[in-house]
Structures are given as structure tokens and as C-alpha cells.
Design a protein around this ligand. Sequence first.
Ligand SMILES: [Zn+2]
Length: 213
Amino acid sequence: MIRNRENVKVLLWNESFSELYTTDDNVEFRLNKVCVSAFNHELCHLCINQVFGGVFPDLYIRMPYELKEFLPRDCVQHISNCIEHKLFYNLYLEIGGMKDRFIVDYELVKGNNFHKKVTKLNLNNLHLYLGNLYSIIGDCNDRIDYKRVLTDYRKLNPKIFDSCNLLLEEIKSLGINEPAEEFIITDEGIIINKTIGSLSESFWTVVFDEFNN
Ligand SMILES: [Zn+2]
């Protein structure tokens, strides 16, 4: 939570991407170039953090223990990121962000190869499936047509595919104008948004059940 200006830092770093780094008390905008769009993008992540407590903690904490071995933290972080992008894209444009600077690989066609190489979904390629699928359904570049590719992704596992879309749509429908009403603080001190927490739980139940029979 931002309490005063000493808690907020903006720095330029040598990575090829920008990111928002937050701890309990501090926020760092780590930008790869001086660019209003890059700053606005991270500002929108911060907005989601402040309104929702972010998507990641809710999604990660609700993941069944048995899946943690197969889905690394980075993968869940990526999924959360893609969901947040869909949530705040309009806000990003409203505050002056440029479309083609929304993300570094804005023009890239996402997730285009996984479905060609894989014939069956299993626990070992699940992280690639979810990662690629969320890159596609979370892509804000409306000039790229993913219809055919998505048909192939759905064929690999209709239940998980539908559940991924549902999670995205449900979180999107919460909007970012109304602050969440209910939070839970876990024993570890993590702030959980009750609504996103229960949506995440339903999502993981579908995923887990597909491999647990
Ligand atoms: Zn982002």
C-alpha cells in the first residue's frame, strides 16, 4: 500500500521490458526506457493492485497443492498478468497509453506453435498450454485473428479451455471502477480478494479434476 512519496520509486533499468515491483510498503516502477506508455502500463498494474490486491495472490493461493509441482509460480504470474492486461487495457488507453506500445511484443502472434506440436494435454505440458492460451486470450491486439488457433487449443481440452475463458471473463466483468468489498487476510499476511479467490478456486477445481480421474 502506498503511504507517502518515499514509498514510490521510478528507475530505469537495463532489461528489455518494464515491470512493477511491489513489496508490502514500497512500489518501484522499473522502466526499460523513458516512455509514457511503459509508465502508464505499470501504473495500471498498480491500480489493479490497489483496487483488487492484484490477481496473482488470489490465483496462486487457491491452486491445489498437487498442481504446484507442475505449474511454477512464474506460470501463474504470467496468467495473472494476462488477465490484468485485459482488465485495464481501456484504462491504459484512456490515460494516454499508445496501442502499439502496450507491451513489448504487441505485434507478435502469440501462442502459435504449442497446439501444432502437442496432441494430448498432460500434467507435464499443462504449464505450456495455460501459458500460451492466456497469451492469446489476454492479447489486447485486436488486429490479430486467433479464431482458428483457438479452435485447436479448445480441442486439446474443452473443459480447461472453457474454464480459462470463464475465469478471464468473470474477472474482467468485475471492472476496475468499484473497489472490491471483501478481503481476507491469510495467516501469512497475504491479502485475498474474496470474489477473485472463489473464482480462482472454481477454475483450479476444473483443471485439477481433468487429471485426477
Ligand atoms: Zn503488464
